[in-house]
Ligand binder design. Sequence first.
Ligand code: AMP
Length: 396
Amino acid sequence: MKILVLNSGSSSQKASLYDFTDPLPPSPTAALWDGQVEWQGDRVVLQTRNSTGAILNALTRGQARVLSSLSELDVVGHRIVNGGQELTQPTAITREVKTAIRSMSPLAPLHNRAELDGIEIIEKRMGDVLQVAVFDTGFHSGLPEAAAVYPGPYEWLRQGIRRYGFHGINHQYCAERAAQLLAKDPAALKLVTCHLGNGCSLAAIQGGRSVDTTMGFTPLEGLMMGTRSGSVDPGILTYLLRQGHTGQDLDEILNAKSGLLGISGLSADMRMVVSAMQEGNARAKLAFEVFIHRLRSGIAAMAATLSGMDALVFTAGIGENSAEVRAAACSNFAFLGLAIDPAKNLTSGSDRDIATTHSAIRVLVIHAQEDWAIARECWKLSLAAKAATQKHYNEP
Ligand code: AMP
């Protein structure tokens, strides 16, 4: 079964093509083809503004083509950033689902608009091919109320102002993969998963369910990130508004001029920050230290919600690759009996346990597999749809 996964960001669009055979292997297989289109500000890297169109062309034309025709695709899956409280489970895209995604646009304007554009281009080019939406908020939709509700006026909740949480597709995948690596029943595990990439978030996962997470109403809450501030005192924002800043200024400051970039003044990339710190750059050192301070606080908060922690999981660009970040984050948890093996921490490659054999808490590094996880949901829905059609035909 050929499955195309489209993953739209605010400034880039990734596409991966998978070819799944029955039965599905328990751990991820490599994509048959990967593509990426990026635009920065007004500068569009491909000739066409619409990257979904460019991706479809690249699949069937030119040197890197992998399909002779788009009709070979069985399913197209989309990562939808915010499905709100209505759209939580992977679902076949219908007119009603599109309307619901559109209604969530005010909460994720850049993402949901790009995602809807992608869906409509596929419709135009491929007619009624099965399209599936998988929601990044879905895994967190069962957060206990104590974790989901903001302590503002109760009216906020009625307006949909609550904590949604993001990166759910990868947090959920990591929880399953951790159970597999530890050879434990997911129902028996308490996990803290650290998704540390361009965006950073933590999740507290008990029995395979998300019970707390650091991102909230938007992907701005919680940990310090590459260019995003994470949580700051809301009083700073009202202060800046009174100083004459506009809402748009604040959006720009908090999303694009803060975080590692804002503090270091150098880069949003952890590699650059660590290497500048090692060369003695004081602001890079400060950026690293603030990042680690907030990461440790967040991990402790998640562990407190769980009332324990069987394993700490590191995933995404920084989590998978930065031995410095993992070592610094873990060093303050020795009082819980957590110990990483310095030699194992320096290894790279496949999913692995980097804790010492005596550590009271396992420490896992798991490669983020968001696109494969989306493709797997498409596969499940497609098989269910085929079985339903078969049943319909077989009925007397
Ligand atoms: P992601 O969003 O998962 O693609 O992660 C992207 C981020 O991972 C980049 O902005 C870098 O900050 C970080 N990253 C990638 N490779 C490394 C590395 N070897 N060491 C530290 N950070 C890395």
